[in-house]
Write a protein that binds this ligand. Structure first.
Ligand code: RAM
Length: 548
């Protein structure tokens, strides 16, 4: 027994020693995290006051069934008793991310008891209108931005410690003494962003609807640009690689805050696992850390490489790209892990091993073909990066792997009768599969045009579930020269959000279902979401298509 114990302890110590020595970036990670820290931006702050007081009312024709009803000036709120105005909503007229302050003052008698007020912040009207209880959502109930404040003295000014992200705030009186009366004397938000630059105006020839989409897309990105590129300033308020990729390419064509991208690239590298693989998302506070134990989001680790390549192209900052090259190279271990001899990635084996293959928020989407395309895309991007850095000898075997994987697409995933790529045992046809095959360069221009056209006509093709995949679909249209279809897609998809009242673009949008939510409760969706900002990228990168 004793011997067994000693043996176990010895094995444990040895394994932890081996594991420790296996921290592949042990010597670099501290410096990477220090660089990230040094690049932390100071936010530009503005004080913003509400523009109106409003109420909402149910309306079947309105987005999520709620519309702004009456509007009146804030003067009456700020001068008259709040007791008769409970339930009022302040409308700030724009999406804000920051700290909310309110001032309360007596207007009759003396505050002989505490006053309790509930504040509910919302990005869209439904969030300040529908009850949150009973809450059956999949994510923490605490993401919903309702806060109860108890004020013990008057006059009084308080600032919520929680950072909020909103356009509307509903104020409800939960308790006050009947021996005195008070008013809300003032309210404001100190709003912050790290997107300080003003991007150049669009050409005067730009169609009005496109200009509007561009301005909302920029606003979306601006709000998500805090001390990192957050996925959503309301939720999840953290850096995710997939979101970063799309934000950084849009930033390259708008705010050009390249240091923020650099900071994020360093932060992720510094928080890579001991094996050297990238976590899908990281938190900044209380100190930089990743969500240990979370499933490995395989494709996001690969999209890091694409982000680094685009950063290098936009900045020419070879020093950073060379510093981080080992991380990019390390990610290339993974695609090979579940690669079959025939060049097909074994998505079911990867998923069984707790790898998260995301592609889109879409129930029932088969991932086999889209992930195959995405891997090829990322491998190509990494080879391009290697070439720019003079490191092609370090990825010498990749081009052959790419060819093999492309051949596997044609041999096993292409349905000649349909003229489309199919995915999984059920041979599912989806927009995701066609888009990623195009972006992988599996098809030439003529073939790409065909598959992107046929998929639209296919009666049961699985459509994109949200703006994230919609971005890649539009990118695929652009890449195949279907530029007017790309323009049309942006006008109809993002344009439709504008018609439905968006100030910032949403995390999830299904034109056929305003209540769609991957989290089983639509108010917890993020309505200012990173990956929805890319119309500004397309509009500015291709002025000949979008600004004429
Ligand atoms: C959600 C967020 C985030 C995304 C991940 C995969 O939690 O919407 O933006 O990157 O999913």
């Amino acid at each position: 027994m004793k011997n067994k114990l000693i043996l176990l302890i010895a094995i444990y110590t040895l394994t932890s020693l081996i594991l420790q020595s296996q921290d592949v970036f042990k010597t670099q990670r501290t410096a990477w995290l220090q660089k990230a820290e040094a690049l932390k931006p100071k936010l530009a702050q503005v004080k913003v006051k509400p523009v109106h007081a409003i109420t909402t009312r149910p309306d079947r024709g309105a987005f999520q069934g709620w519309r702004v009803d009456r509007k009146w000036s804030t003067d009456s709120l700020f001068t008259k008793s709040f007791k008769n105005q409970t339930g009022l909503i302040l409308d700030f007229g724009q999406h804000l991310t920051g700290y909310f302050t309110m001032k309360l003052e007596e207007i009759r008698g003396v505050a002989d008891a505490p006053t309790r007020i509930k504040l509910t912040f919302g990005e869209v009207p439904s969030e300040v209108s529908v009850p949150f209880e009973p809450y059956n959502g999949d994510l923490s109930r605490a993401w919903l931005q309702d806060e109860i404040v108890t004020v013990s003295e008057m006059p009084s000014e308080f600032t919520l410690t929680r950072r909020v992200s909103f356009r509307y705030v509903k104020l409800e009186l939960l308790g006050a003494s009947r021996f005195f009366d008070f008013k809300i004397a003032d309210a404001w938000c100190m709003a912050g962003t790290s997107a300080a630059a003003v991007p150049p105006p669009l050409k005067p020839t730009t169609y009005e609807a496109i200009a509007k989409i561009d301005s909302i897309a920029r606003n979306t990105l601006k709000e998500c640009m805090q001390t990192v590129f957050e996925d959503g300033p309301k939720r999840d308020r953290r850096l995710w690689i997939g979101d970063l990729y799309l934000q950084s390419i849009t930033n390259n064509h708008t705010f050009k805050n390249h240091n923020l991208t650099k900071r994020c690239l360093y932060l992720l590298a510094g928080l890579s696992t001991e094996e050297g693989y990238l976590p899908s998302n990281v938190f900044e506070r209380p100190g930089p850390h990743s969500q240990k134990g979370a499933p490995f989001l395989f494709e996001y680790s690969l999209l890091y490489n694409a982000t680094l390549l685009e950063y290098l192209k936009a900045t020419n900052d070879r020093t950073t790209a060379l510093d981080l090259w080992p991380v990019a190279k390390k990610q290339l271990d993974n695609p090979k892990k579940f690669m079959l001899d025939n060049g097909l990635f074994n998505d079911t084996a990867a998923a069984a091993n707790r790898w998260w293959l995301f592609i889109d928020w879409k129930e029932g989407l088969d991932k086999q073909a889209p992930i195959q395309g995405l891997i090829i895309f990322a491998l190509n991007q990494t080879v391009e990066l290697a070439k720019m850095l003079g490191k092609q000898n370090e990825v010498a075997e990749i081009p052959a792997l790419v060819e093999k994987m492309k051949k596997a697409c044609m041999d096993h995933l292409y349905d000649k009768d349909l003229g489309l790529f199919v995915s999984g045992p059920g041979k599912q046809v989806s927009f995701a599969s066609q888009a990623w095959m195009v972006l992988a360069g599996v098809t030439d221009t003529a073939e790409s045009q065909k598959i992107l056209t046929y998929v639209k006509e296919h009666p049961t093709a699985v459509k994109p579930g949200g703006p994230y995949l919609m971005h890649y679909y539009v990118e695929a249209l652009m890449r195949s020269g279907l530029t007017s279809a790309a323009r049309q897609q942006i006008l109809s998809y993002w344009g439709n959000m504008v018609i439905k009242g968006a100030d910032t673009f949403w995390e999830v949008y299904d034109p056929e279902n305003d209540y769609a939510s991957p989290y089983k409760f639509y108010p917890v969706n993020s309505y200012c979401h990173a990956w929805s900002c890319t119309p500004a990228y397309f509009i500015r990168k291709y002025p000949e298509v979008f600004q004429q």
